[in-house]
Write a protein that binds this ligand. Structure first.
Ligand SMILES: Cc1cc2nc3c(=O)[nH]c(=O)nc-3n(C[C@H](O)[C@H](O)[C@H](O)COP(=O)(O)OP(=O)(O)OC[C@H]3O[C@@H](n4cnc5c(N)ncnc54)[C@H](O)[C@@H]3O)c2cc1C
Length: 470
């Protein structure tokens, strides 16, 4: 088996892995990025299908981190557009603003429902004040902040659609992060006393986006990593060899060949549970068991091409109701007109699922025809406008935050922390609900740890373990 040597081997060529490779190349280090797919970019790649381009679910770039913001703007320069955001939730045959404006939602649902929502909210606040219900699961968290009726009308179905498990088993932190700063009480207060006041952080109404799709960020990062073969695609890591708590090499299936890559340092951005399973010799039983319980939610994307200029004027449309098979739709041409040929458009529907379940296993033709039928029934398209369609399966799209996942994560991370030359970065790599900015930041952070360590010439000294949780 051929043996290749570099300074740093990076597992995974998504934004985290490429950002690490980019920063290390800039610092003069020899890197090898290994990516299982035929293209780089991971979840943030843009697919080309004929003359159409679309992301795996529209990706808007936004960040509160000035350094990352300046970096991405500098990387893409004139390619960047500023796109107004206008998203809706389709519920009970009507459209509501996204993020949900709880007060508008109440009022739009009619007087009886509004009354039930407000009464439910008052009851929940009262109960929470006296009983202090633990807010570890999504159900308790939402009921405490919005009341049971709004939980049942909106939050329950959408959350269970996204995650595929009951809300009592979903950890609260996902929803807490998404509706940060929102509650029914706060919405009523603002409506009564602060009309025209400042917007909440989740209500950002414009974002930057590359003219040719989000995948341009990965393309640009890749072209900053030298030499060209330092980024290897179609290269799946199949084994990670270690001895004395140091990673020695990784085995890779590259096309028809098996190859071995050695290095002093390794950065992993592949899903955490996969990393543990690939270790050789195997990790202790309790670590393997904890890793096996860290699960991901997967995704099927169905793109439908149409011979009409536009189907909507929206950025995203959310579909919480369970009888609608997809959870979200976006129209790439509303993000950048260059993503579809003139006079045509494409709608991209996200079907949340688990690898091997009924959705994942459905034939492509059936996924496309179900999506077309539903889009037609919802009034977005007419069947005769459809010129083409494609279905794509995306594994490990979302780390699944089941109640108790943090303990399993801690077991796995405590073990991996014993490997001084193995660094974790990225969304699946750290099992964090990271957006692109945090994925890039974590890649930079792993690179900086390696560079700092080299400059301190204390190879075995471990920097703060807290970096794994950045
Ligand atoms: C539907 C959807 C919509 C999103 N929308 C937004 C948005 O609007 N804004 C935003 O900021 N973020 C968004 N995100 C999140 C964003 O996609 C991620 O934060 C980011 O792409 C994560 O990058 P990463 O490098 O950490 O992980 P990944 O992109 O998952 O990269 C990991 C890479 O490792 C590779 N790999 C896995 N196993 C192996 C192996 N054995 N050997 C070699 N390679 C391997 C994978 O192929 C992949 O390329 C969205 C995500 C999804 C799923």
């Amino acid at each position: 088996m051929a043996g290749d040597q570099s300074d740093i081997v990076i597992l995974g060529g998504g934004l985290a892995g490429l950002s690490a490779g980019y920063a290390l190349t800039r610092a003069g280090r020899r890197v090898q990025v290994l990516e299982a797919n035929s293209a780089v970019g991971g979840l943030a790649r843009t697919v080309t299908h004929g003359e159409f381009r679309f992301d795996l679910g529209g990706h808007r770039f936004h960040t509160a981190n000035r350094r990352i913001d300046e970096f991405v703007r500098g990387l893409l320069g004139e390619e960047l557009l500023t796109v107004p955001r206008s998203s809706k939730i389709f519920l009970r045959g009507r459209y509501f603003d996204y993020p949900l404006q709880p007060l508008d939602a109440c009022l739009d649902l009619g007087i009886a429902t509004t009354f039930a929502i407000l009464a439910g909210y008052a009851k929940a606040r009262f109960a929470h004040r006296w009983r202090k219900t633990p807010l570890a699961c999504l159900e308790n968290w939402v009921i405490a902040h919005f009341g049971r009726p709004l939980f049942e009308i909106y939050f329950r179905d959408y959350s269970e659609k996204v995650w595929g498990i009951p809300c009592r088993r979903i950890a609260a932190e996902w929803i807490a992060q998404r509706v940060q700063g929102l509650s029914l009480g706060a919405a009523i207060w603002r409506a009564c006393f602060k009309r025209g006041g400042s917007a909440l952080p989740t209500l950002t109404d414009a974002f930057i986006y590359p003219r040719l799709g989000i995948g341009r960020i990965a393309d640009k990062l890749r072209s900053g990593i030298e030499p060209a073969d330092a980024v290897l695609t179609n290269a799946r890591v199949t084994r990670i060899r270690h001895s004395g708590f140091r990673v020695q090499s990784v085995s890779v299936r590259h096309g028809e060949r098996d190859r071995e890559f050695r290095a002093d340092e390794f950065i992993s951005t592949i899903p955490l549970q996969q990393l543990v399973q690939l270790l050789h010799p195997p990790a202790p039983k309790e670590v393997l068991a904890a890793a096996a319980q860290l699960r991901h939610r997967d995704l099927v994307i169905v793109a439908v091409m149409l011979n009409r200029p536009r189907a909507t004027d929206l950025t995203w449309i959310y579909f919480p109701e369970k009888h609608i098979p997809f959870g979200r739709v976006h129209e790439p041409a509303n993000w950048s007109a260059d993503l579809a040929p003139p006079g045509t458009t494409v709608l991209v529907a996200e079907h949340f699922c688990c690898r091997g379940d009924a959705t994942w296993s459905t034939r492509d033709e059936d996924l496309i025809s179900t999506t077309v039928a539903q889009l037609e029934q919802l009034g977005f398209i007419r069947r005769e406008e459809v010129t083409d369609g494609i279905a794509l399966r995306i594994p490990a799209a979302y780390p699944l935050f089941e109640v108790g996942y943090q303990d399993r994560c801690d077991t796995v991370l405590a073990y991996l922390d014993r490997f001084p030359n193995l660094h974790l970065a990225g969304r699946g790599g750290m099992f964090r609900y990271y957006n692109m900015d945090r994925a890039i930041e974590s890649g930079f952070s792993a690179a900086e740890t390696i560079l700092q360590r080299a400059s301190q010439s204390e190879p075995e000294e471990r920097p703060m373990p807290a970096r794994r949780r950045a």
